[in-house]
Design a protein around this ligand. Structure first.
Ligand code: NAP
Length: 254
């Protein structure tokens, strides 16, 4: 297989959580452009993403599920199998952030973030690993971590806890599942222009301070995720295990 062909995803089925918007939308389009059929998971319609994928000639199915409820796991696995008959790639992209001073942070702000960003990432990955082992051909799991997998952040303690756990979990799952030809890796986006950072970008002082610190001198975009997600979803990364790849315009290099 030529190295360019190793990046192709023809015949693969990719499931992307939080596919309706932001980075999940960008990664869904990228996976479809590389040849995968995409199952978008979201708590509301993925109509815009479906249109973008289909405009490029790709196939897209939607599964509506709220990841704050553990019953979503069966809905997602069964929905993906019903749509395309198998699964090969899981992108654990859905996530939320709650901003509040650590001194005032509430239990709900803690639990709601940990549930979706951490607990669901583990148990949905576990369900996919079981399915990959049953199918007998391995598979890919790609977690979406953060700069706050490395750093502490300000006013986002539950988010930092969940994304720091994401980097540890990526390694822990890799250690037990690599022997089944399951690659567990992650992408750590830097500061990206999506809903997640709308509040931060609307604060001109914070926004300017962030851009000043990014060597590339700009916020990232969903398009910036495309190369990394296709690489980690493809045979080109078959011997890459347990690694978190930063897509951050150089933020971590400072
Ligand atoms: P976003 O536009 O806010 O997207 C987050 C996605 O997660 C949305 O699709 C959202 O659905 C979904 N989601 C949240 N809670 C959910 C739930 N209970 N059930 C189902 N779906 C749920 O932000 P984004 O930047 O694209 O974020 C994508 C991932 O990248 C997240 O894990 C985020 O932490 C991570 N990340 C983002 C940045 C950044 O700078 N933007 C940096 C590092 C990491 P709704 O649209 O319905 O809310």
């Amino acid at each position: 297989m030529s190295i360019i062909d190793a990046f192709r995803l023809d015949g693969k089925v990719a499931v992307v959580t939080g596919a309706n918007t932001g980075l999940g939308q960008g990664m869904s389009v990228a996976l479809a452009q590389a040849g995968a059929k995409v199952v978008g998971v979201a708590r509301r319609s993925c109509e815009d993403t479906k249109k973008l994928v289909e405009a490029d000639g790709g196939e897209f199915a939607e599964v509506i599920a709220d990841l704050s409820d553990m019953s979503a796991i069966d809905v997602i696995v069964n929905g993906a199998l019903a749509a395309f008959g198998k699964v090969d790639i899981l992108v654990n992209n859905a996530g939320l952030i709650k901003r509040n001073d650590a001194i005032d942070f509430t239990e709900d702000e803690w639990d709601s973030v940990i549930q979706v960003n951490q607990k669901m990432v583990f148990f949905l990955s576990q369900a996919f690993a079981k399915q990959y082992i049953k199918q007998g051909h391995g598979g890919k799991i790609i977690n979406i971590n953060s700069m706050l997998s490395y750093q502490g952040g300000i006013r986002v303690p539950s988010y930092t806890a969940s994304k720091s756990a994401g980097m540890g979990l990526t390694k822990a799952m890799c250690n037990e599942w690599a022997c089944h030809n399951i690659n567990v890796n992650a992408i750590a986006p830097g500061y990206m222009a999506t809903n997640n950072t709308a509040q931060l970008r609307s604060d001109s002082d914070r926004s300017e301070a962030i851009i000043d610190r990014i060597p590339a001198g700009r916020w990232g975009t969903p398009d910036d995720m495309k190369g990394a997600v296709v690489f980690l979803a493809s045979a080109a990364s078959d011997y890459v295990n347990g690694f978190t790849l930063a897509v951050d315009g150089g933020w971590l290099a400072r």
